[in-house]
Design a protein around this ligand. Structure first.
Ligand code: FES
Length: 154
């Protein structure tokens, strides 16, 4: 059956820097796949290393497991994905990452000025939030509202 070298769950965990329980969790969620050898032990094809690496990286970029699963669902689960398969997957995330970068850049820029929190403690507050008029738009730092930043970043 195996056309590639196969790995045990412990080998995959060690190589990827994750716990065995994490791999079982990913498998339960349908993010990775294994097969059973004649001794009923889990075995993995090497592409699972790439899947796990992408899951870990995507999570650090704020991509949810559900989004990762949906992207992975476009890949074949029983054969090693080709270069083209991976290119297709990464393309789907590029726009999302670009929007996120724009959002974070705007947030970084905004942090040094008035954020509309109601403190009126900065020189720029009278300009952006005279007499705390922004309080009427809701609680918290309204100028850092994620929806507003997203809209401005687009
Ligand atoms: S920084 Fe708080 S209201 Fe301007």
């Amino acid at each position: 059956m195996a056309q590639f070298p196969t790995w045990t769950v412990g080998q995959i965990a060690k190589r990827c820097g994750v716990k065995v329980s994490t791999l079982h969790f990913y498998e339960d969620k349908g993010l990775i796949f294994s097969w059973r050898n004649t001794g009923n032990q889990r075995r993995y094809f090497p592409d699972v290393i790439r899947r796990v690496s992408i899951i870990k990286t995507a999570q650090t970029l704020g991509i949810s497991l559900a989004e990762i699963k949906s992207a992975f669902d476009t890949l074949p689960d029983q054969r090693t994905p080709t270069k083209k398969d991976w290119e297709k997957l990464s393309k789907a995330w590029q726009d999302k990452l670009a929007a996120r970068i724009a959002h974070l850049s705007l947030l970084k820029k905004r942090l040094s000025g008035c954020i509309g929190c109601g403190c009126l403690s900065m020189k720029t507050c009278p300009l952006y939030n005279p007499d705390d008029t922004l309080a009427s738009e809701g609680p918290g730092p309204v100028l850092l509202d994620p929806a507003l930043l997203q809209k401005e970043a687009e």
